[in-house]
Design a binder for this molecule. Sequence first.
Ligand SMILES: Nc1nc2c(c(=O)[nH]1)N[C@H]1C(S)=C(S)[C@@H](COP(=O)(O)OP(=O)(O)OC[C@H]3O[C@@H](n4cnc5c(=O)[nH]c(N)nc54)[C@H](O)[C@@H]3O)O[C@H]1N2
Ligand SMILES: Nc1nc2c(c(=O)[nH]1)N[C@H]1C(S)=C(S)[C@@H](COP(=O)(O)OP(=O)(O)OC[C@H]3O[C@@H](n4cnc5c(=O)[nH]c(N)nc54)[C@H](O)[C@@H]3O)O[C@H]1N2
Ligand SMILES: [Mo]
Length: 765
Amino acid sequence: MASDFHRNVSIRGNQDFSEIKLKDPIRVAAGALGVKEALRHSFKEMGVVRSMTALLDMNQQDGFSCPSCAWPDPEKPSKVAEYCENGAKALADEATTSHIEADFFKTHSVEELSQLSDYDLNKFGRIIEPLVLKAGSIHYEPITWKDAYQLMAQEFRKLNSPDEAIFYTSGRSSNEAAFLYGMFARALGTNNMPDCSNMCHESSGVALGETLGIGKGSIKLEDLYEAEVVIVAGQNPGTNHPRMLSALEKCKQNGGKVISINPLKESGLINFKNPQHLKGWVSGEDIADVHLPVRINQDIPLIKLILIKLATLDAINENVFDHKFLDQYVDGYQELIDDLKKHDEKALLEQCGVAKEDIAIVVELLAKKSKIVVCWAMGLTQHKNGVENIREYVNLLLLKGAIGKPNSGTCPVRGHSNVQGDRSVGIMHFVDKELNKRIEKYLGFVPPSKEGYDTVEAMKAMHEGKAKVFMCLGGNFLMAASDTEYTAKGLENCELTIQVSTKLNRTHLVTGKTALLLPTYGRSEKDLKNGKLRHITVENSMGQVRQSRGLLKPPSEQIKSEPDIIAEMADTFFEGKHAMDWKALGENYELIREKIDQVAKGFQDTEQRSKGAGYYLPNNVRELDFTKLPNGKAQLTINCIPNHELKIDEYMLMTIRSHDQFNTTIYGLDDRYRGVYNERRVLFMNPEDMTAGGFKKLDVVDISSSYDGKLRTAHKFKIIPYSIPRGDLAAYFPETNVLVPHNHFADRSKTPISKSIKVTIVKIY
Ligand SMILES: Nc1nc2c(c(=O)[nH]1)N[C@H]1C(S)=C(S)[C@@H](COP(=O)(O)OP(=O)(O)OC[C@H]3O[C@@H](n4cnc5c(=O)[nH]c(N)nc54)[C@H](O)[C@@H]3O)O[C@H]1N2
Ligand SMILES: Nc1nc2c(c(=O)[nH]1)N[C@H]1C(S)=C(S)[C@@H](COP(=O)(O)OP(=O)(O)OC[C@H]3O[C@@H](n4cnc5c(=O)[nH]c(N)nc54)[C@H](O)[C@@H]3O)O[C@H]1N2
Ligand SMILES: [Mo]
């Protein structure tokens, strides 16, 4: 019977080792090799003509916005292509000429496909027609769009409460798609809108909201050019945001200094050749002037120590901190200074693991300079104290008066290319009362006022059988979320899972009883409707909204745009009886943008203003307006020192990205910046720890975590000696997500603890 039918699908796929090769890490990021790699990948996936057409259009003002990261484009675009190796790879991955043909799933069952690795799954190419995996079947089969919409409507109608439906969003969707999607969830009656941001920069949003009154960064791209000091903490720009290196290079040419704070000496920060101009081809130079190899999750003791030393200098010479700024704009100065006095400098030094001499260099730099920017990413957010980490860096900026002024401020470097825009137009699990009022006024329905599930709660609800329908607008929830086994059970508990996707991934194989796989356009593709070329809008990491217009021919006529799919789904469900005219919105994005202007905060005349370089959304920090915060001031905060209490045989593991992946999409098996080729299941370990623990290079080990008495194991990883602080380990995400307990996450932001997992390792052979 279908009800007790269970598909025998694997959450791991193939775990055989390939022929690993180790070389010295390539320390020079980007440069000619980066360009060569980008072109090699593009030509292979897309062919020469399609590649060159697309690459030259990417990130130009009337072209399309890069589908890779959210780093902004320069105000004056360069004549040469404004792309990086990874942007080119992301593009090649989406615009690949490989397609999954109609009879592919007839011959390949989901059970069989799940035995393959994520890398192999991605290689099959684009999904080009809507597919259904019926209850009791192990083969996807084609379904008409009309029947797919009917099936969804039917399942939504069967729910006992709208809260049995969950709507996940990955961060690649356009503002238009995300807006319709978020409003559909609300019109159905739920705020169950987990998104990838919950696993990513949610800690930044919470920390910045509490201290500065807006959950976004405060700087514009140009601010970096003449900053005196840029701190890059917990971020690997050479791999994940390569275009940022050009901005750091400009900063250095203007005399600025760059400080890297990271357990690893990441390539790019250490050495960089700019492929955009001639000089870069010849001279590779270190971007970071100082590198502080902090131990994993010990940024708070490090920054506290720096603050204590600055406070000592300030007591002698009153212009180290900006007292005028502190008096006028900041709350909590005396409390913070009093708290700093309670800490023992020696203990802090020991805890952070950084050399005294290096800290002295940084203190001297910071004491003298006032135009300071802090950039960060997952190295700060994905810890139990992720919110506190960021607040501690904000303390530094506020004490120096480096907030809301030119060339100073906060720069949380976003991940997905439109993750910030999605939140701005209404993808959120929490309730924004002002937004709800505007929805009621301008969209004509009453949205729910009960908080919905975030990612962690969504996993739990599915696991406990409280959710019946799980829809994903992009992404790969199974592999991106923590605790893979736990999450898989949750997905399998659902009656219907719906994936709006471009490429095949494991969340398409480990599904609800019935599953829909709905193909959609990539960012680079032409969105033609009734002969008219449509464009979408996106918001970059610095709050700038601009248009994006694809130019490549989509791989099949059966593919639909995300707004089309959502609008048709809504129209079928409501049968035309809803205050919103879903059909009209799906056809005409200008109407969606009108609604966004009315409903989403800060959007105004988007149709016109998003042209060309686009426009900035309002940002109170840039105006030095803290009226929404207690006492109308920015907030200094007191943050506790993280205490991990590692047992004698325990290490601290961070799960990071290789140079050849975009999140769960694995482009290749090499990480040339870390010198590892042809293998991803590797564990980076300090050579002294290896000796102390009796491990040798390429020993194969199982890695286990044990939280709340539950043992979780990631099998078979090869040990690689690497320059990493003692006691710390690093391995790649998503292979190690099985180790991250679903119920351990950052306080208040609920971001999983993917960067500080306590583990033990056991040698297998
Ligand atoms: N090519 C490519 N580009 C991407 C992505 C991709 O997968 N591939 N992903 C996109 C997304 S969604 C995101 S969110 C970003 C992610 O961008 P990053 O945050 O740069 O990505 P991670 O690999 O997770 O790297 C985290 C960095 O933090 C350091 N780190 C870990 N723990 C700590 C700590 O406790 N303190 C400090 N100071 N540092 C620490 C690690 O050594 C590593 O250098 O990149 C985006 N861009
Ligand atoms: N252990 C550990 N876990 C992590 C992290 C970590 O550092 N460590 N990082 C976390 C972070 S920062 C993030 S952001 C999440 C990422 O989580 P997700 O956003 O859920 O994952 P992605 O791998 O980016 O999703 C890739 C899939 O998106 C689909 N796709 C690609 N482009 C499009 C498009 O244009 N439209 C649609 N509809 N679909 C598209 C493709 O089918 C592809 O397979 O993972 C998180 N998980
Ligand atoms: Mo992310």
